[in-house]
Design a protein around this ligand. Structure first.
Ligand code: NAD
Length: 336
């Protein structure tokens, strides 16, 4: 079967890492027609916006996209393009797995977590205003509908992946109405999944537990802001942002992208780790039903990591982005 996929190279290091991921996916033999569209800083002069209409239209048309990170200009008129994209396409579930990888030594072993983050509301609704000269307010929005939907997604994911436990993470002791609603919805949804263990954890305690014994957790279910913060923490448990993939899933479209940003100081130097984007590509292949190709790429990645010969700087090596992708392609070809 062939697929048409929207490719958004993105800003900063985006073009290098998406090119690396595209090469690896193509080498796995999946029949993909890539339709590339630019977004981000480079298109602002031409379109007056970092997110021109044709980007949304192309993702809607093809339904699946692989995306590099986009820079959010600080102090200019644009809100985060990523947040806008997720809201515009109603990509309500942000899924970020963190698992121990062979050859990457961290303080932890046997980490195998999936962060499921609500992706459309909470403080990311972007409703902020100044109050007088010396104060500002930001409004936190939580709805029952979005909370039940993300809770259902987390439990379904647990079942689909044979996972045992869902931990809902909240701060309902302080934010009794907003986080309280999120928690109530998780409790309600959990009743339909008696085969999955349900656990509740306050977000500060969760952070401590994660750095003490991450192997004790399985699926984490969080509102938007805690999900953002905790997913970077989880990336740190297994080797850092360079190896942390992600997916934004909605009912009508899905956008796969690394957890990390555009790392502008490394842009154009062919030195950053392409793995987070390659593993996002693996998640995309699984979503497309291309299981065998996803497994072959994963095996090739594991082989390169275990060999330790073609690793980028963040993993203690000196290989470039292209070189690491090349080593993965070689490992793929040897496994044919
Ligand atoms: P960042 O994730 O871009 O980079 C932080 C640091 O992490 C880098 O300086 C680098 O040391 C390391 N790093 C990141 N990716 C790496 C990789 N692939 N290999 C090796 N090391 C890597 O975070 P930032 O500097 O806070 O953000 C830069 C820009 O990216 C901002 O404009 C931000 O808004 C944007 N951003 C975009 C997304 C997205 O598109 N989804 C996500 C996060 C941040």
């Amino acid at each position: 079967m062939s697929h048409t996929i929207t490719l958004i190279p993105g800003d900063g290091i985006g073009p290098e890492i998406t090119e690396a991921a595209r090469r690896v996916i193509d080498a796995a033999g999946v029949r993909i027609r890539w339709e590339t569209v630019d977004a981000g800083e480079a298109v602002i002069p031409q379109y007056g916006t970092p997110l021109p209409r044709q980007v949304i239209d192309l993702i809607k048309k093809n339904k699946v996209a692989l995306k590099g990170p986009l820079t959010t200009p600080v102090g200019k008129g644009f809100r985060s393009i990523n947040v806008a994209l997720r809201r515009e396409l109603n990509l309500y579930a942000n899924v970020r797995p963190a698992r121990s990888l062979p050859g990457i030594e961290t303080r932890y072993r046997d980490v195998d977590l999936v962060v499921v983050r609500e992706n459309t509301e909470d403080l990311y609704a972007g409703i902020e205003h100044r109050v007088g000269n010396d104060a500002a307010e930001s409004i936190k929005i939580i709805t029952g509908e979005a909370s039940r939907r993300i809770a259902g997604y987390a439990f379904d994911l647990a079942r689909r992946q044979g996972r045992k436990k869902v931990t809902v993470v909240h701060k309902a002791n302080i934010m009794k109405l907003t986080d309280g609603l999120f928690l109530d919805c998780a409790r309600e949804v959990s009743k339909a999944y008696p085969d999955v263990i349900f656990e509740e954890m306050i977000v500060d305690a969760m952070c401590m537990k994660l750095v003490q014994s991450p192997e004790a957790y399985d699926v984490l279910l969080l509102p938007n802001l805690y999900g953002d913060i905790v997913s970077d923490l989880c990336a740190g448990l297994v080797g850092g942002l360079g190896v942390a993939p992600g997916a934004n899933i909605g009912a009508e479209a899905a956008v796969f992208e690394p957890v990390h940003g555009s790392a502008p100081k490394h842009a154009g130097k062919n030195r950053v780790n392409p793995l987070a984007t390659i593993l996002s590509g693996v998640m995309m292949l699984e979503y497309l039903g291309e299981r065998e190709a996803a497994e072959r790429i994963t095996a090739a990645v594991f082989k390169v990591l275990a060999n330790k010969s073609s690793l980028t700087y963040d993993l203690g090596g000196s290989a470039g982005t292209g070189e690491m992708a090349g080593a993965i392609i070689k490992a793929l070809e040897r496994n044919k």
